[in-house]
Design a protein around this ligand. Structure first.
Ligand code: GTP
Ligand code: MG
Length: 200
């Protein structure tokens, strides 16, 4: 799929104020600094579309980007950023929870994980919660330019074993590098397939 048009529409903290037009949306979630905003820029081919930063905690709102006038990419704040303090973390968690619980247009959630890290409790808890609430999701391992292929393979093996302790089968998994523009086709084709099935 080609992205011909990508435009910022609205930022807010309240799912009720998100675009009311019913178009399907695909949201990006994960720990702060995992590369959500960078991935949106890479997928759309627009560098400054979503704001990125080398310091965690950059995205603090629900951000809607309209793609090809047909569907939305949604950039969400990261969870679990310790520096923000308890109050700040709870506020961000409240925004994320409200979005996940209330937003019917959410068609698939992309859960981003840093491919360099071993499975983290905070991510596993988040993923398990998605299962409990029945939210469709896939996993994206980010920043694959930062490790070797053999290290990546090893880390993925550990991750899969960990997931299979809880899940009967694995969700779809993608591997991306926003730096090297890797994984773009795969992720966009996946979204395209879902969009097509929604039209049928
Ligand atoms: P928050 O909005 O704070 O939750 O973070 P985020 O998940 O949106 O991360 P963001 O896209 O802002 O990226 C965080 C940092 O990681 C930035 O310095 C990016 O340049 C860097 N980064 C993101 N993706 C990649 C990648 O694929 N490869 C490399 N090498 N760096 C990346
Ligand atoms: Mg961000």
């Amino acid at each position: 799929m080609n992205i011909k048009k990508a435009e910022f529409v609205i930022s807010n903290t309240d799912p009720e104020k998100c675009p009311p037009d019913g178009r399907p949306e695909y949201a990006f979630i994960g720990r702060s600094n995992v590369g959500k905003s960078s991935l949106i820029n890479m997928l759309t081919g627009k560098k400054g579309l979503a704001m990125t930063s080398s310091t965690p905690g950059k995205t603090q709102l629900i951000n809607h980007f309209l793609i090809n006038d047909e569907w939305y990419l949604v950039d969400l704040p990261g969870y679990g950023y310790a520096q923000r303090g308890k109050k700040g973390r709870e506020k961000i968690q409240g925004i994320i929870d409200a979005y996940l619980d209330e937003r019917e247009e959410l068609t698939c959630l992309f859960v981003l994980l840093d491919c360099r890290l071993e499975p983290q409790a905070i991510d596993l808890e988040f993923i398990n919660r998605l299962g409990e609430s029945g939210i469709p999701f896939v996993l994206i391992f980010t920043k694959i330019d930062k490790i070797s292929q053999s290290k990546l393979n090893g880390n993925m093996e550990i991750y899969k074993v960990k997931l299979l302790e809880t899940w009967e089968e694995l969700p779809p998994i993608f591997y991306t590098s926003s730096e090297h523009k890797k994984g773009k086709e795969e992720v966009l084709d996946y979204i395209d397939t879902i969009n097509q099935s929604l039209r049928e």
